[in-house]
Ligand binder design. Structure first.
Ligand code: AMP
Length: 295
């Protein structure tokens, strides 16, 4: 069966009970019509589905319990579900709810019609300054919202971002996120995007997300992350030394480079705060205020 997102009337979206209705009975597989597979992750598949009662289109992620157990990721998944289901922001993928049977866990997620941002970046090699600034401003707003709720994402990178129907970016993966009132020590995330304090395994706080957003901004504009190297040890060294170089090609404006340099600062307390990032001339001049980018 093919399901088209356009068949989803606005009122039905609003009537969709989702996870927030405590009186709603727990979903089972019978509550969904299955459509096309949307992709395959490390622990299972994601399908386009329609929740029968509301007609709402939902991306249903199917995870195998045995694989989660073997990888000791059950606690991480619980934390991810707990955090993501409480977040409500246009640039954060909604997690409507979850259910399970004997073998599988099912996550009912907001459907991101335009798919993976990572694939778009691979296709284009690098983004225009307008596109990059629009995404960075939206992500900064989403992170300000998260930090206000004491949630640090800790794994901002292209692979964790999806694009919605209007061309808006959405943070999709909270696997490494943490709800915290204190400084943290755990080493997590993806090497290229790790800040010096996490590489050195010293305490960190929400300013790790400012660093990762700076790395992302660089990768959007140059097509490669700034501290990339053949060996992991060289990447770590380049991160700790903040060995930041701006290649001559592709051409990137000096105002964009200025913003990146203010985010990739070793002393975490001196990184450009996200509310100031939104006022930086590069963002003001280039970011579409709607947050939507369409090619
Ligand atoms: P994951 O297991 O989260 O890595 O998802 C595997 C793939 O499924 C992703 O790379 C996307 O292509 C697709 N996918 C996951 N979640 C969604 C979603 N909410 N909307 C659309 N496609 C998705």
């Amino acid at each position: 069966m093919a399901i088209a997102a356009e068949t989803q009337p606005q009122e039905q979206q609003q009537h969709f009970s989702g996870a927030s209705d405590p009186t709603r009975k727990r979903w089972t597989l019978n509550d969904f019509d299955f459509g096309k597979p949307l992709g395959r992750g490390k622990f299972g598949h994601v399908y386009m589905t329609r929740e029968k009662k509301s007609n709402h289109i939902v991306a249903l992620k199917v995870l195998f319990k045995i694989q989660l157990k073997q990888s000791q990721l059950e606690n991480q998944l619980c934390r991810e579900v707990e955090i993501q289901s409480h977040l409500r922001h246009p640039n954060i993928l909604r997690l409507y709810g979850y259910f399970y049977d004997q073998k599988r866990v099912y996550l009912a997620l907001e459907y991101a019609e335009k798919g993976e941002l990572y694939k778009e970046l691979q296709k284009c090699k690098y983004f225009s300054e307008r596109r990059a600034a629009t995404y960075i401003a939206s992500l900064a707003r989403a992170l300000i919202y998260c930090h206000g709720k004491h949630v640090i994402h800790r794994d901002i990178k292209p692979e964790n971002l999806l694009i919605g129907a209007k061309g808006e970016v959405k943070i999709a993966d909270f696997g490494w996120s943490v709800h915290t009132f204190n400084r943290r020590r755990t080493m997590c995330g993806t090497l290229d995007y790790l800040p010096p304090e996490m590489v050195q395994n010293i305490e960190h706080d929400s300013s790790v997300d400012i660093w990762s957003l700076g790395v992302l901004c660089y990768e959007f504009l140059y097509g490669v992350p700034p501290f990339e190297a053949q060996e992991h040890s060289d990447t770590c060294r380049r991160i700790v030394q903040v060995d930041l170089k701006f290649p001559s090609s592709p051409t990137v404006s000096s105002v964009a480079k200025d913003l990146i340099s203010q985010m990739l600062v070793k002393d975490s307390s001196r990184r450009l705060p996200l509310h100031k990032l939104l006022k930086h001339p590069w963002i003001v001049e280039n970011a579409d205020p709607s947050g939507n980018f369409n090619c």
